[in-house]
Write a protein that binds this ligand. Structure first.
Ligand SMILES: *Cc1c(COP(=O)(O)O)cnc(C)c1O
Length: 497
């Protein structure tokens, strides 16, 4: 984290708030926030146990600090963070919605939180029933025949889905090597194709952001395993040609895979199975309000149509005829296990809680409000910011800030938004120089209006005081960092001076 380093990746010192030194610079020898009782087991001489060389008489150089100072140090650091709990976070494609506290309460219940995956099925019927109910809920939402909860992220769901599709083709004596992805696809889609040993081929989009059907027809052939499509896609457009797309793909024996990471515009409105989807994944950490960021944990359940069921991972959660719940391992055509144990159980408890708290009508309401919020923002900003694709939008939209004679970039605008207490939108993807805005359904009208006001202020500044935008942020402990070096030569380790 940039605020916690003494030197930037290029070696120059970052401006640092001298009142808040690093943890290594605080405390005093002998101070401690921990107290260990004297050992009541015989002590083995470490030199005897591990050899003389293993004994470091100087001890490790770690901070020595009292409990109160320790708490204050981390509380201050936490206050410097951007978070969904503290700030509007319109990070497109990431669906940074509010994570309801009731989810945490359910996940912390000892009957869920204190389990061990090696416990007997008979002793953990509660969580197994929850898994089964979640499985059924996701089947209902997708319209697909069967769902596995095992994958631990969206990208792993994609991989699982494509492995299932590959196994299906192999079972028919075919080895299809190509996977098509539209040019607006999330980076994980082509990466998944490569990791599954397939060749990713790009399908063009038209000026309206929809798939170019002629290019699709030209490219799909008997070598094509699947088309991986995101719909609504990453430019925020719902491709209503999707049933036609499914027909084109199926006519060549290929499968239609939906990247359903973000189902915020579809929940309760359209079931992917009804527009021809054969397999898809969900991201619980986007659509179903489980915590998101810091690399996880997330969950990426995968749903498949009837003909792909035999290939799902094992073990599968099932309800047995006697009414108990358990794991089914007996699936001879299964692709096997994709994750240790049974998936991200704590995350799955949160996703189930969210679905049950809202109910069917509530989920539809989520989709309607997410779409309304995105279109409201777009409608209020259109007169100042260029939007390359025509409305209506789904849950997100894209703008390409172009101001006559100005060299202010999308990065400058994103950095300036930080001064207004707003997290930068997604930038420069899926098209050059764009900002991708996704407000989600959980923001109040007041917050949406605050965002509009900030964007319009920035538009005025670009015309009248561009330097102010170009040098933002002005209100943060760390201003501009050298982002290329930070990405290519990250240096996040503290060393004594
Ligand atoms: C977030 C996202 C993914 C990847 O999900 P992870 O859980 O981060 O692996 C894939 N596709 C789309 C469209 C996404 O927005």
């Amino acid at each position: 984290m940039a605020t916690n380093t003494t030197a930037s990746p290029t070696g120059t010192r970052l401006p640092r708030d001298e009142d808040h030194p690093l943890i290594f610079e605080r405390g005093a020898a002998g101070a401690s926030a921990a107290w260990l009782p004297p050992s009541d087991v015989p002590c083995v001489d470490p030199a005897f146990a591990f050899g003389e060389d293993a004994v470091d008489t100087a001890g490790p150089e770690i901070p020595e600090i009292g409990e109160m100072d320790l708490v204050r140090h981390y509380t201050r650091l936490a206050q410097r963070l951007f978070s969904v709990d503290a700030n509007f976070y319109p990070l497109g494609s990431c669906t940074m919605k509010y994570n309801p506290r009731v989810n945490e309460r359910a996940a912390a219940m000892p009957g869920f939180a204190r389990l061990h995956p090696y416990q007997d099925e008979a002793d953990v019927q509660g969580i197994l029933e929850l898994f089964h109910r979640l499985r059924l809920a996701l089947q209902e939402i997708s319209g697909l025949a069967e769902v596995t909860l095992q994958p631990a992220a969206g990208a792993q769901g994609e991989m699982t889905g494509l492995m299932i599709i590959n196994a299906y083709h192999r079972s028919r004596g075919e080895n299809r090597v190509k996977v098509l992805t539209p040019d607006s696809a999330h980076g994980t889609n082509p990466a998944t194709c490569t990791i599954c040993g397939r060749q990713a081929c790009t399908v063009k989009s038209g000026a309206d952001g929809r798939v170019d059907l002629k290019d699709l027809r030209d490219q799909v052939d008997e070598q094509t395993a699947a088309l991986m499509i995101t719909n609504p896609n990453t430019v925020g457009v719902f491709d209503e040609q999707i049933a036609e797309i499914a027909k084109i793909v199926h006519a060549r024996g290929a499968q239609l895979y939906l990247d359903g990471a973000n189902m915020n515009a579809l929940l309760g409105i359209a079931k992917p199975a009804s527009f021809g989807v054969d397999a898809m994944h969900f991201n619980t950490h986007k659509t179903f309000s489980t915590p998101h960021g810091g690399g996880g944990p997330g969950a990426g359940p995968v749903g498949v149509a009837e003909h792909l069921r035999p290939f799902l991972p094992v073990p599968q959660i099932v309800r047995r005829e006697n009414g108990t719940y358990g794991w089914d391992e007996d699936r001879p055509k299964s692709i096997g296990k994709v994750r240790s144990f049974y998936g991200q159980s704590g995350v799955l408890v949160r996703a189930y809680t969210y679905i049950r708290a809202l109910g069917g009508d509530g989920l539809r309401d989520v989709a309607e409000k997410a779409v309304l919020s995105a279109n409201y923002l777009a409608a209020r900003l259109r007169h100042r910011f260029e939007m390359p694709f025509p409305p209506p939008y789904a849950h997100e939209f894209i703008m390409v800030p172009r101001f006559a004679g100005s060299d202010v970039t999308e990065t400058d605008i994103a950095k300036r938004l930080i001064d207004f207490g707003i997290h930068p939108p997604t930038m420069s993807w899926p098209i050059h120089h764009c900002l991708m805005v996704e407000p989600t359904e959980t923001e109040s009208l007041d917050t949406l209006d605050r965002f509009v006001a900030a964007m319009l202020t920035i538009a005025d500044e670009i015309e009248n005081d561009p330097e102010r935008v170009r040098t933002a942020p002005h209100t943060q402990p760390v201003r501009r960092v050298d982002e290329v070096s930070a990405a290519r030569k990250p240096n996040v380790r503290w060393r004594p001076q």
